[in-house]
Design a protein around this ligand. Structure first.
Ligand code: ATP
Length: 331
């Protein structure tokens, strides 16, 4: 019997290209796993009227981890639609969204960068509670002490395994009740971790500082929407969405995915860069304690990015398959 059981969800768009590529890399690297293929996303919704079938819940619940491709978020939501990945984050209490930003050998990348954005994943504005009263639209923001403490503890513990510095990003000057509760609760948790230094930073300043002086950061923790936006900004510093990965982690389950979406503009053409999904698989391996394998694939990714061939988003002409084969040859 295989040591690990992994659920693979391709989802939408380029998910159908990058998940098979990542699976080939995992298999070539010798990861001892059996795979369950499951479905979720907008394409599934259009056919079946729900984004996530029961079989997918079962697969996730009977796996050690899940690797997710991409999900389309249509701007105009059809009745009954809820975003697949947001739904899974809520259902499984995947409260920590971990998004590392590390310099890789990619043209135009900021040199020497190594930071992690920890985004609270289940609350904030993304509880998706919106209402329209005639010409007035209102959205709820949910912040609880318990969820803020959980993410604060997670971020603080991650920071002490790194360079022991935690930055709490917030907007408590304008939203003292919601953002204030988040910031103060995270700071309380951080204080319990010996050896950790902390600072607080208003989100607009954090955006500017990330561009001007990102080397000052180790781990940054923030509420859901700020984390969504700043982690894309951070991805842009080191080469873009094609190489940015994330983990959705809770106390019981972990779902690992790229930061990018389903890229409808290039889907089906076989040109998507699979690096982000391969690096999501690396995060998954680390989560599963397979550190040697994680290091081996990470090093092969760096060699492939350095020596090529490169996919279109990184200025080359290689297809997903050509890049994947090169990466496998560097393992
Ligand atoms: P969605 O609605 O699914 O979020 P989107 O187009 O709004 O889709 P992304 O999918 O993140 O958002 O794509 C943003 C841009 O980045 C697109 O031009 C897309 O082609 C490009 N892109 C995203 N991922 C990749 C990838 N893996 N390889 C190459 N280009 C990518």
């Amino acid at each position: 019997m295989a040591k690990h059981r992994i659920t693979l969800i391709e989802g939408d768009g380029i998910g159908h290209e990058v998940i098979p590529a990542a699976r080939r890399v995992l298999e070539a690297a010798g990861f001892d796993a059996e795979y369950i293929e499951a479905q979720a996303g907008y394409e599934y919704f259009l056919e079946h009227g729900t984004t996530t079938p029961e079989a997918t819940y079962e697969a996730i619940e009977h796996s050690h981890a899940t690797l997710f491709g991409a999900a389309t978020s249509p701007t105009t939501k059809p009745a009954g639609f809820h975003g697949a990945i947001r739904h899974l984050r809520q259902k499984y209490g995947l409260y920590a969204n971990v998004r590392p930003t590390k310099t890789r050998p990619v043209a135009g990348a900021f040199a020497g960068l190594d930071l992690v954005i920890v985004r609270e994943n289940t609350q904030g504005l993304y509880v998706e509670q919106e209402r329209l009263y005639n010409d007035t639209a209102i959205a709820d923001v949910l912040i609880t002490r318990a969820a803020s403490a959980a993410i604060g503890k997670f971020a603080a513990q991650l920071a002490v395994q790194r360079r022991s510095h935690l930055t709490v990003v917030h907007k408590a000057n304008v939203l003292p009740v919601t953002q204030g509760l988040f910031m103060n609760t995270v700071l309380d948790e951080a204080q319990k971790v010996p050896g950790l230094t902390t600072n607080t930073m208003i989100v607009d300043n954090a955006a500017m500082q990330l561009v001007r002086n990102p080397g000052q950061f180790d781990v940054l923790v923030m509420t859901n929407m700020f984390g969504d936006i700043l982690s894309d900004l951070a991805a842009g510093l080191v080469g873009g969405l094609g190489i940015a990965a994330s983990g959705n982690i809770g106390d019981q389950f972990g779902i690992f995915e790229s930061v990018h979406g389903s890229a409808p503009d290039i889907a089906g053409q076989g040109v998507a860069n699979p690096t982000a999904t391969v690096l999501a698989a690396v995060l998954m391996l680390t989560h599963l304690g397979e550190h040697d394998l994680a290091t081996k694939i990470d090093a092969a990714v760096n060699r492939a990015l350095q020596e090529g061939p490169h996919t279109r988003d990184l200025g080359g002409t290689a297809s997903t398959q050509e890049f994947t084969e090169a990466l496998i040859s560097y393992l």
